[in-house]
Ligand binder design. Structure first.
Ligand SMILES: *[C@@H]1O[C@H](CO)[C@@H](O)[C@H](O)[C@H]1NC(C)=O
Ligand SMILES: *[C@@H]1O[C@H](CO)[C@@H](O)[C@H](O)[C@H]1NC(C)=O
Length: 271
């Protein structure tokens, strides 16, 4: 009896593992259909990061209340990835030296306490090496420059603000309103991502898609659709809940943390 149970467990574990690695098989499945360009809302990313571990710190983009680039992800419709298409072509900081300041400001590694280059290295090693089959993206410098160009041209702060969707610590926005701002401005369907923190729903990412000619295209087919009478929206957000889009506040909090540390240290010192 125990033996049978053991065999079942082993089988189950190997099937699970096979499924996990399938999406990112770096030998046979490198083809992809479109590029997802993802911008993220720093305050939500930071909330999640600090929630993981209260000692975590965040780094915010230079411009206040601005969106930050997450990545440019080659994607095969109906799946995730491919990823890690060339495991010997590892991120080299020297290659992006000419645009490093812009990357720090606009493609910010929000998760502090991680290596200086860890975020860009991850994006390049996992996604960039797959995007590099296209001539306009076939080097680290070209790949990251393209992200910066799109971030500039399709910045979500401006697109949302035109429709009255601006950062606010209290106000709730509907998924439909956020989606409409993007579809009406760009003429394509984006994907809108939320995160839940402390029982509230926060806007975290807006993804737009490009075909292999680097022309804007619908993101349809990249993932499941929210469709419960509110129209078809590519999203993981709950279409019946309000969505928070709070100000990027981390720098202020950081001062308090520093003050708190200083006070604790002084207390310890004077005892
Ligand atoms: C992987 O990257 C290396 C370093 O750039 C390159 O020389 C090699 O040709 C690449 N391999 C493939 C299969 O593209
Ligand atoms: C890209 O552009 C070329 C030439 O204009 C065209 O033939 C091709 O169909 C386009 N590909 C996509 C994916 O739109």
């Amino acid at each position: 009896m125990n033996k049978i149970f053991f065999v079942i467990v082993v089988l189950y574990v190997s099937i699970e593992n096979a499924q996990l690695t399938q999406g990112y098989n770096h030998n046979s499945q490198q083809e992809w259909d479109l590029l997802i360009f993802t911008q993220q809302w720093p305050e939500t990313v930071c909330k999640e990061w600090v929630h993981h571990k209260p000692s975590h710190t965040c780094v915010m983009p230079k411009k206040p209340d601005s969106w930050s680039i997450h990545g440019v992800w080659p994607t095969k419709l109906g799946t995730k990835g491919p990823g890690f298409c060339n495991r010997t072509w590892l991120f080299d900081p020297e290659q992006v030296r000419p645009i490093e300041t812009q990357l720090i400001d606009r493609w910010t590694n929000i998760e502090g306490n991680t290596g200086e280059y860890s975020f860009w290295a991850h994006e390049w090693n996992k996604h960039g090496t797959c995007a590099a089959v296209l001539e306009p993206l076939n080097s680290e410098l070209k790949y990251f420059k393209q992200g910066l160009t799109w971030g500039e041209k399709y910045g979500m702060s401006d697109i949302l603000a035109k429709y009255g969707i601006v950062p606010d610590d209290e106000k709730l926005y509907t998924l439909t309103a956020i989606n409409n701002a993007v579809t009406e401005t760009l003429g394509i369907n984006p994907s809108i991502q939320c995160r839940w923190e402390d029982g509230k729903e926060y806007l975290v990412e807006i993804r737009i898609c490009f075909d292999k000619n680097l022309t804007l295209t619908n993101c349809d087919g990249i993932e499941s659709v929210q469709d419960d009478g509110y129209g078809k929206i590519l999203s993981n957000c709950n279409p019946t809940e309000g969505i928070l889009y709070p100000h990027n506040k981390w720098p202020q909090k950081r001062i308090y943390v520093q003050l708190y540390k200083l006070v604790s240290w002084l207390q310890w010192f004077t005892l």
